[in-house]
Design a protein around this ligand. Structure first.
Ligand code: PHE
Length: 478
């Protein structure tokens, strides 16, 4: 692949970049997925592992990814090709970009289905369906919706069309415009709901569920889930941050942006968790009830509280906005790749890709009804399989390779140019990218692959395999 610098259109300013990146990061991952996987995995210990992953792997990879995009100045596939060329590295690095483009498409295929539940609930809340509703009725309402493929397909289609429409308009008139009216309200409503959560009488219980770790409840599968979620929720490992970075001017600080993104994303997840578990415990519900958690618990609270109609409708409007500001970022890597490398103009590219992804999404629609007993990977449904392959494998693998690229391939001089860290922090950052993040990711992979008899052994094996790889690569490069 020849060297091309392609991303011409850019963000108007740094604040809009940060807003767009926070918009991408804060989404269903924070409001829907984080609470339900935390519930399934027993709470505190899981949260602690997730936070450690954000700190030790997430933030360094986030900074690397934005930097790679900005330096490569193109969609993820081309950006990696550009950078490999500049650094005289293997041409195969473009595959890292391709892994991302594919992962984004796969994630979007189920993301629009789940976001569709949010849209359905928005309208139902608006029409007063949840007024005074009891907990059995809410549960039944949710199962009835899931049982209907047509209903799910309809909402999946609605969300897909809105996503494609926004993206087809381009960076400034599409992405920026959507973001700047969607993002600001989110925090406000979360705070209002947090206020409500403190009045439920179960706030303390919720707090200790989230923050007092009980490691006996933690499995290696849960550690993999926590790590995968750190990638998913920060939107890293697949090229979203890379393509957003490619639209960022060189005069802005990547570190400042990265810290804001990670902070906002983590804060929203923890607040959402506190709110939801307060409601769960106050109503004697099960924290481990899976993907339906958000849709079976919040409506109960909205049905009972004063002003619930108003808050409920507003809340689901915000779920929709959080989801849309993420869904547009999931398709953007693929759209810009089509546009820049294949000469298919953005508008056409968005509609073609959107249709393909919509089609794959039908598998997720059916996972909750017709195909609920059809298993793909192990005992996973289609939806669970796509979620597992992307979040737990493709994203961590993408992140691992980004870390390796920035730490081992890019020269120290270029690195200092890409990322504005002082020399002490830079040393830490490079050490983390060279050793901690890759070995941690490999260890979690290896432990899940062969079982968890001896984690120490797995760390040593991962370190050895990785060390040999690095040594070999260094020797070849003289
Ligand atoms: N971070 C988004 C969320 O938490 C999902 C996402 C993943 C978006 C990867 C873009 C890229 O919902």
């Amino acid at each position: 692949m020849s060297q091309l610098k392609l991303s011409k259109e850019g963000w108007s300013n740094q604040t809009l970049f940060i807003l767009a990146a926070v918009g991408s990061a804060v989404g269903l991952g924070n409001i829907w997925k984080f609470p339900y996987i935390t519930g399934e995995n027993g709470g505190g210990a899981f949260v602690l592992v997730y936070l450690a992953c954000v700190l030790l792997i997430g933030i360094p990879v986030l900074l690397s990814e934005i930097a790679l995009g900005r330096a490569g100045k193109a969609n993820p596939v081309q950006a990696m090709a550009n950078l490999a060329h500049e650094n005289k590295a293997s041409r195969l690095w473009f595959l890292l970009g391709l892994n991302g483009v594919l992962a984004g498409a796969l994630i979007l295929s189920f993301y629009t289905v789940i976001a569709g539940w949010g849209v359905a609930y928005f309208f139902e809340s608006l029409l007063g369906t949840f007024n005074g509703i009891g907990k059995e009725a809410v549960g039944e309402h949710f199962s009835t919706m899931l049982a209907s493929p047509m209903q799910l397909l309809f909402w999946h289609t609605v969300v897909s069309i809105i996503t494609v429409y926004i993206v087809s308009k381009g960076v400034k008139s599409g992405l920026e415009r959507a973001i700047s009216f969607m993002m600001p309200g989110l925090l406000l409503i979360l705070l209002v709901l947090l206020g409500y959560a403190t009045t439920t009488g179960a706030f303390g219980q919720s707090f200790s569920f989230l923050f007092s770790p009980d490691f006996s409840k933690l499995s290696w599968q849960a550690v993999l889930t926590a790590m995968g979620h750190a990638f998913f929720t920060l939107s890293i490992g697949l090229g979203t941050m890379m393509v957003y970075g490619s639209y960022l001017s060189n005069k802005y600080s990547i570190v400042k942006a990265g810290v804001w993104i990670a902070f906002a994303d983590t804060a929203v997840a923890l607040l959402a968790g506190l709110i939801i578990f307060s409601i769960v415990f106050a109503n004697g519900l099960e924290p481990g009830s899976g993907p339906g958690l958000l849709f079976q618990t919040l409506p109960i609270a909205f049905g009972q509280m004063t002003g619930g109609w108003f808050f409920g409708t507003l809340f689901f409007a915000l779920v929709i906005m959080a989801a849309l500001s993420s869904s547009i970022s999931l398709i953007e890597p693929a759209v810009s790749w089509f546009d820049q490398n294949w000469g298919i103009k953005r508008k056409k590219a968005a509609w073609i890709l959107g249709s393909l992804i919509w089609f794959i999404g039908i598998g997720t629609v059916l996972s909750f009804n017709e195909w609920s007993d059809v298993h793909f990977l192990g005992d996973r449904t289609f939806f669970d399989s796509v979620d597992f392959i992307t979040a737990n494998i493709m994203l961590p693998l993408g992140g691992l390779l980004m870390a390796v690229f920035v730490a081992w391939v890019v020269s120290p001089k270029d690195r200092a140019e890409y990322i504005d860290l002082n020399s002490r922090l830079m040393n830490w950052f490079v050490f983390d990218l060279k050793w901690i993040a890759p070995v941690a990711i490999l260890t979690v992979f290896a432990t899940n692959l062969v079982g968890a008899d001896s984690v120490l052994l797995m760390i040593l094996v991962s370190l050895a395999v990785y060390g040999v790889y690095v040594w070999n690569a260094m020797r070849k490069n003289g």
